[in-house]
Design a protein around this ligand. Structure first.
Ligand SMILES: [Zn+2]
Length: 216
């Protein structure tokens, strides 16, 4: 896997600090688990963050600090860790990201000729807008932009959106400054994991109906 597009240091830093919401965090984690470069960068940022914390002057703890910490640990352990539930089949040679362990993935749902969609339910955050898109060779998503951030990780195949080509293993972050039309390459279908905050703003009437079908 030759990865060309990585998350920026600002996103890796937010991930290291636990500041990303669950949906974007899972898309980023799906990239990092297969990218040696981002794993090394994330370790470096975590180390730098730890060193920064150590350099800070000591602050007094609240009286209930220990109880609150234990409560947080209890809460995190009560989330069951189960394999990806009910995932639809993937093409040979492609596997589900380990980051999605514990998530429930619905079966592929037809939304337009050559375009299938599947919602990913995150146990820890039922409101996370996380989904999979499966688009056939030569097909495209209608021209659109975003009201807020969209993170995409390519799991299989490749697409070109006028800015660059994104292939399996690549990560992309877009927002309202990017107006694009992802076109799947002729060689085969493309499957992406995506997280959308806010809304996807499609240009045309029929595209907006398509967006409504996907709950966007
Ligand atoms: Zn990377």
């Amino acid at each position: 896997m030759s990865i060309q597009h990585h998350p920026g240091d600002d996103l890796l830093l937010a991930q290291a600090a636990g500041q990303l919401p669950m949906g974007p965090s899972l898309v980023l984690a799906s990239h990092v688990e297969n990218c040696a470069r981002c794993q090394a960068q994330l370790r470096l940022l975590e180390f730098a963050g730890g060193a920064l914390l150590e350099a800070l002057p000591e602050a007094g703890l609240r009286n209930d600090a220990l109880a609150r910490t234990l409560q947080c640990i209890d809460a995190s352990q009560s989330v069951p860790i189960t394999p990806v539930q009910g995932p639809p089949p993937l093409p040979a040679g492609t596997s589900w990201p380990r980051a999605l362990t514990g998530c429930a993935i619905a079966r592929w749902r037809w939304v337009a000729p050559g375009i299938h969609y599947s919602r990913v339910q995150v146990a820890q955050d039922p409101d996370a807008n996380l989904f999979l898109l499966r688009i056939a060779a030569g097909k495209y998503l209608p021209q659109h932009t975003h009201s807020e951030r969209e993170f995409t990780q390519v799991l299989h195949g490749s697409f070109h959106d006028g800015r660059a080509q994104f292939s399996a293993g690549d990560f992309d972050a877009t927002d309202g400054r990017v107006h694009h039309q992802p076109v799947v390459q002729a060689g085969g279908e493309c499957i992406c994991l995506a997280s959308v905050e806010g809304r996807v703003l499609f240009d045309g009437f029929f595209a907006r109906q398509l967006g409504a079908l996907m709950g966007m």
